[in-house]
Design a protein around this ligand. Sequence first.
Ligand SMILES: [Zn+2]
Length: 299
Amino acid sequence: MGESEGNAERTCFVRPRSQATIPSLRRLFTPWRQVADTLIAVHSPLALRSPRLSAAGFRHAFFTRLGGFSLPPFHSLNFASHVGDDPASVARNLSIAAEDLNVDAQRILFLKQVHGIVTHLAAPPLSLDETEKWQGDALIAREPSIACGVRIADCAPILMADPVSGFVAAIHSGWRGTEQNITGHVIDTLRDHGCHAHHLIAAVGPHIERCCFETGHDVAARLSRASPVHDVLHLGPRGRPHVDLRRILHAQLLQAGVRPNQIDHVRGCTVCDSERFFSYRRDGSRSGRLLAAIVPRKT
Ligand SMILES: [Zn+2]
């Protein structure tokens, strides 16, 4: 096989350039160019952005599952190896996310998330090797050489930034975190560092939306009690309650003092949209994890 391919190649190159030869060269190289273009597209992370955070100059991303190196069932932009993925693939995924965010791969920081409200302040020379052992569900930072991240597979990621101080926050708010109002707690912590809530820009990313967030009556009642607004429960097609987590999170941001015109909703349901998102509810324990991350900027 190698010999015949070699002969074909030699035949092409030794013939004088002519009208007949150039098209045949094109036929030879075009498929390879297409393969190269496809590989470039395959390994370019597809991220969703908040227009308000972008306009304020904050590098950030709600990464989808598209554009990474992991093989099924973690295809392809998975950020967790503890679910059973090859750590080398996860490391390569972190590298392309780091390129997108323009930080070092070891400086994309995230925590061992435990559905609580503990918030950590991150600063250099911290690296991911250290912070991923810390328990907590929110990271704040002001140093532009690091990115604050959260990993999700149905829970809501919230990214926040203060254009005045340069502080950012990444929050992991599942139903337990939302019930405990982790968003309000993080804004209190930012206040302790001199931020004002009315300066904050917030973006709520893709998560299990109302269409798929069917719960038992107990969880629905707990979230309804914790919500600053009514009308967060809806009766689903199976006669069980569906919770509108996005509406609760929006209300919690307003309650904490964030202005309504400073809140973005980057929409997408992790359960319905299997093309773009991982979902624990849909795929169980062999589900990958999405990353949402934001980088502080100089003021
Ligand atoms: Zn859905």
